[in-house]
Design a protein around this ligand. Structure first.
Ligand code: AMP
Length: 460
């Protein structure tokens, strides 16, 4: 991080904002705040990348509020500022920060999330909020229903624009842009990376002569997060490693990421059976249920959260000191978001990733993305036989591709299972593979089991 010379009070922010910051014990801006706030205050459009946990929310909320406080509204009826976020959890978090910054003011703020009651939101909109935080799908629904107009919008902020585009919200973003299409609008776009073709295309369309700020690239080292990688043979080996990690590693709270929704439930049941205070969160739960789980986790009411990538972004959970990738994420950038759930605001964190044969391609993508040669570590007595993918000789690869002994995807980097297989024990489902009393820690002699096809998590 660059040398910080300025304090918030040197940035020329409204005194009400400085008071709110002082209440939160914040006096020195982070890198992204230091760089983005003056640009936004000067009225420029901005496209900024900043690593996760770097303080980017305040980097846009503070100058947005300052501008509203210092200028007259273009319209009394329409919202003055709109902040879009890809997931309901992230939108809620931005909303909370906004509320705490505006607690001493008369600003009316609305949170419009997909999955929540539409009519209740119409009632909120009738009160003519000056600021709206929303997920893009729901905001577009309100435009369609004409419960909201954006003709008077002064500031449009897209938080995690890359993620919104990855989730397929390009159409909604264009619609929102068109609804607020006038020359007085200032537009700010935040993205984990600026190396994203769709983000750049969208920026071309939506931003006017934007300033560009890149603070700590998305693949930059998270200095406060220690990354460890463990090779695993199969699912039972992963479970044994997970049990060992949770029994031996110090942590305040932990998040465990799995590839699929059924896995979150299954692992939560197993960990609860081990007496660990655990809950599962997945995208198919109702919004109320997800809110309840996230609230109680952030209040420390349970120690372990098991989830899919639905919770990998934005969430600010200062007590999380351990992240376990039970499965490697499909996208390399997702790895950075997941491990960014720990090491928040300068705290130390550990991220442990379990890499089995099915994770190998994803692991290599992460390795390339981080631009590091990763070495594996192991726990005594829990070393696996899998040592990564061995290149396959061309003749064998051909035979494999014909279906002769071939397992999994082909190609020269295909995983070659060991020749001598142990006898396969058949289990009907994955929860009954643990013999009574062996707990999570037993894996010897158990054969790798096929997973169900992963289901993607999306929010709207
Ligand atoms: P964000 O990147 O916006 O998710 O913020 C990550 C965390 O950093 C949040 O807990 C913020 O409250 C905290 N934070 C934001 N700005 C500062 C600052 N200037 N000094 C210390 N902590 C901060």
């Amino acid at each position: 991080m660059a040398q910080q010379t300025e304090q918030f009070k040197d940035l020329g922010l409204d005194s009400r904002l400085l008071t709110a910051l002082a209440h939160q014990g914040l006096d020195t801006p982070t890198d992204i705040q230091d760089q983005a706030i003056p640009v936004i205050l000067s009225g420029h459009d901005l496209i900024a990348s900043s690593k996760t946990g770097s303080g980017k929310t305040l980097a846009f909320l503070l100058p947005v509020l300052h501008r509203l406080m210092k200028s007259k509204a273009l319209s009394k009826r329409d919202p003055r500022a709109l902040i879009l976020a890809p997931t309901r959890e992230l939108a809620k978090q931005v909303y909370e920060q906004l509320r705490s910054l505006t607690s001493g003011t008369s600003y009316n703020i609305a949170l419009l999330l997909g999955g929540e009651n539409f009519n209740d939101q119409i009632k909120l909109l009738r009160r003519q909020p000056q600021l709206i935080v929303a997920t893009p799908g729901r905001l577009a629904n309100h435009l369609n229903e004409r419960s909201l107009m954006l003709n008077g919008l002064e500031l449009l902020v897209m938080d995690e624009a890359d993620r919104m585009l990855d989730l397929g919200f390009a159409k909604e973003l264009n619609q929102i842009n068109d609804a607020a299409d006038h020359r007085h609008r200032q537009t700010l776009m935040f993205s984990a990376t600026l190396d994203h073709a769709e983000v750049n295309e969208m920026a071309e369309r939506l931003l006017k002569a934007p300033k560009r700020i890149a603070v700590g690239a998305a693949n930059a080292e998270h200095a406060d997060i220690e990354k460890r990688f463990y090779l695993c043979d199969h699912l039972d080996h992963k479970q044994a490693l997970l049990a060992h990690i949770l029994a031996t590693q110090p942590y305040q709270q932990a998040i465990i990421f799995t590839a699929t929704r059924p896995d979150t439930e299954r692992l939560a049941t197993l960990l609860k059976g081990e007496g660990l205070s655990t809950a599962a969160l997945s995208g198919d739960m109702s919004q109320a249920e997800r809110n309840r789980i996230m609230d109680s986790f952030s209040r420390g009411q349970f120690k372990i959260l098991i989830t899919t990538d639905v919770a990998s972004r934005g969430l600010d959970l200062l007590q999380v000191s351990l992240v376990v990738n039970f499965d490697m994420p499909k996208q390399a950038e997702e790895y950075v978001h997941r491990i960014g759930r720990t090491g928040r605001a300068g705290a130390k964190g550990v991220a442990m990733s379990l890499v089995g044969p099915n994770d190998w391609d994803a692991f290599k993508r992460v390795e390339r993305f981080l631009q590091q040669d990763i070495t594996f570590v192991s726990f005594d007595g829990l070393e696996g036989k899998f040592k990564g993918v061995r290149p396959v000789e061309p003749a064998k690869a051909k035979a494999a591709a014909r279906g002769n002994g071939y397992q999994g995807k082909g190609g020269p980097n295909a995983y070659q299972p060991p020749k001598k297989k142990k006898p396969v024990k058949a289990f009907k489902d994955r929860s009954d593979r643990l013999a009574p009393g062996t707990g999570l820690g037993s894996f010897d002699g158990m054969a790798p089991l096929k997973r169900k096809k992963p289901t993607d998590e999306t929010d709207s």
